[in-house]
Design a protein around this ligand. Structure first.
Ligand code: F6R
Length: 259
């Protein structure tokens, strides 16, 4: 795990975007795994800036998103499909037909999840997976107590995630947040060739500590990334504030990135 500690989330987002843009320049057919939530928005803006400046093209890129709420139509303004269209896909030159988000209205959700995994496999697997981290240490919607080898499936949100998501979305109304989602599993995520996780703010400090320096446990599903050999965490100083070896990580990653 490489932990890149930046002064601000703007700086961290720009570095993460650069890593993705460089990879896409090298391999225009890169397969991306994408995340929603407040955390990746700045990075998506940086990716859009690079496309606008014609520094990179996403025309041949394919993407699969991590998760979607059960019961929300893709046109619902709080659905993750809607979020991706507005925050990234409309701003870059990716073909919408090459972007994939689980269908929250699927009549047979288990079948939908299996088909999603098969699509990813057929595309050759995810080259770069983007992740945020929940304040309870979740990745995608893999809440505490989820097997670290879980596959894409129907999952159940914890009250703490419902509260977090209501604060930022659904106009603050907890009763409007769906309680179930379709989510890539921890095992599915860990099959990505490279993983880029973003973590910002002091609200993520405990989760990041668990992810990087805690034991590998299903009570912090992000800790499964400890067994992945190409994971990069881009974070700000607040999120990194509880890490014991933060100075070492900052130095090592700066050397590796040539900063
Ligand atoms: C989103 C996702 C979640 C979020 C996490 C952090 O697709 O899978 O795991 O990354 O809940 O959310 P924010 O970024 O809103 O703090």
């Amino acid at each position: 795990m490489e932990v890149v500690i930046c002064k601000t989330k703007e700086e961290a987002s720009a570095l993460a975007a650069k890593m993705i843009n460089e990879a896409v320049k090298k391999n225009p057919k890169t397969v991306l795994g994408l995340a929603t939530g407040s955390t990746p928005v700045l990075m998506y803006n940086e990716m859009a800036k690079a496309v606008k400046a014609k520094k990179v093209s996403y025309k041949e890129v394919k993407s699969w998103n991590l998760d979607e709420y059960v019961g929300l139509a893709p046109t619902h303004d709080q659905s993750y499909r809607y979020f991706m269209n507005e925050n990234l896909f409309k701003k870059i030159d990716i073909k919408l037909s090459n972007t994939h988000v689980l269908n929250g209205l699927a009549k047979n959700p288990e079948k939908e999840c299996k088909a999603y995994e098969a699509q990813i496999k057929k595309a050759g697997g995810i080259d770069i997976q983007v992740l945020g981290i929940g304040s309870d240490g979740h990745i995608a919607f893999n809440e505490p107590g989820t097997s670290l080898s879980s596959r894409t499936s129907v999952v159940y949100l914890t009250p703490s995630t419902i509260k977090d998501n209501a604060r930022l979305f659904f106009g603050g109304d907890m009763t409007k947040v769906p309680t179930q989602a379709l989510s890539m599993g921890v095992g599915t995520i860990c099959e990505a060739k490279k993983i880029i996780m973003l973590a910002f703010g002091k609200g993520k400090a405990d989760a990041l500590k668990g992810c990087v320096e805690g034991g590998m446990t299903q009570f912090c599903t992000a800790s499964a990334l400890q067994a992945h050999n190409d994971t990069w965490i881009f974070c700000d100083e607040e999120a990194a504030s509880k890490l014991k070896l933060k100075k070492y990580y900052a130095w090592r990653s700066a050397v590796k990135l040539g900063l």
